[in-house]
Design a protein. Structure first.
Length: 284
């Protein structure tokens, strides 16, 4: 889709070299790159002296200095990114967020609400808590879809073969709607169902048939595949099938179950978030 705004989440070790693969997409689509350089702050190692209420709390100077150094480094990266956009001749702007991991979801979500797609750079995984919190913020506090592991495919924003993991849920439908511009530009779209049971009035002649009909009407080149998991974990089966089909991007709904249930017992979304071998587009 032309004139998109692409939100790019960049970790503290990220450089302009990590943005180069986005320049081609931005140029061809006349897109605007909105980059957030994010620095997760370490917890404050506060020390208390004396008994309450007369005791005192002291914050080590080393923590303050580290916090200031991180903020300065992020500011430097912002300036480098803005200069990079000027040199490359693309529309773009860079910002900085420096905060504790637990608050990053609320700080990133307003940016995600005003963009067309978000991209989580691979360097965001350096802090697992920050990565998950930001991902939750985008999925649960904005209507925007997010791409993780973007460097696992040559063209994450314009894939040639998209593998849609379809289960007839609202989450899956929202993911398809959010990813529609990419589906329209793809040469091939595979709708994959797993252990599907046909339900009257929901799937057309076969599971996935109604979705295929709708996408075909839009002009997508669609095929439908039905797979059995044979008792294997669904997330692993999706990854295996997408790899065998040489898909560039997996599109799926996120968190059909609650986050608490998935964090405790595991689930398909958790598997897809934790893996780092396939590019995945998620929406809730």
């Amino acid at each position: 889709m032309k004139n998109q705004t692409i939100l790019v989440l960049q970790g503290p070790s990220g450089t302009t070299a990590d943005l180069e693969y986005l320049v081609d997409a931005a140029t061809k689509q006349n897109a605007h790159l909105s980059v957030l350089h994010i620095g997760p702050i370490k917890p404050i190692p506060a020390y208390a002296y004396g008994g309450m209420p007369y005791g005192a709390v002291e914050i080590p100077h080393s923590w303050v200095e580290e916090r200031q150094a991180l903020a300065q480094d992020l500011a430097d990266q912002r300036e480098k990114s803005n200069h990079f956009f000027t040199v490359q001749g693309v529309s773009g702007e860079a910002g900085v967020i420096c905060s504790f991991p637990a608050t990053l979801d609320e700080m990133v979500a307003p940016h995600a609400m005003l963009c067309d797609v978000a991209v989580m750079q691979d360097n965001m995984r350096e802090n697992g808590d920050a990565f998950r919190t930001i991902l939750y913020g985008i999925l649960f506090q904005s209507p925007t879809g997010v791409i993780i592991n973007p460097r696992q495919t040559a063209k994450p924003l314009s894939p040639e073969h998209v593998f849609v993991a379809w289960n007839n849920s609202q989450q899956a439908a929202r993911a398809v709607h959010a990813a529609l511009p990419m589906l329209l530009s793809a040469k091939k779209v595979t709708i994959a169902t797993f252990d599907a049971v046909r339900k009257e009035g929901e799937d057309g002649e076969e599971p996935g048939a109604d979705l295929a009909k709708w996408l075909s009407h839009h002009g997508c080149n669609v095929t439908v595949q039905q797979y059995q998991t044979n008792g294997d974990e669904l997330g692993g089966v999706i990854l295996d099938r997408a790899s065998l089909d040489a898909a560039d991007l997996i599109v799926m709904g996120a968190y059909g179950h609650t986050r608490l249930r998935e964090s405790v017992f595991g689930g398909t979304t958790r598997t897809m978030i934790e893996q780092e071998t396939a590019a995945v587009f998620l929406a809730h």
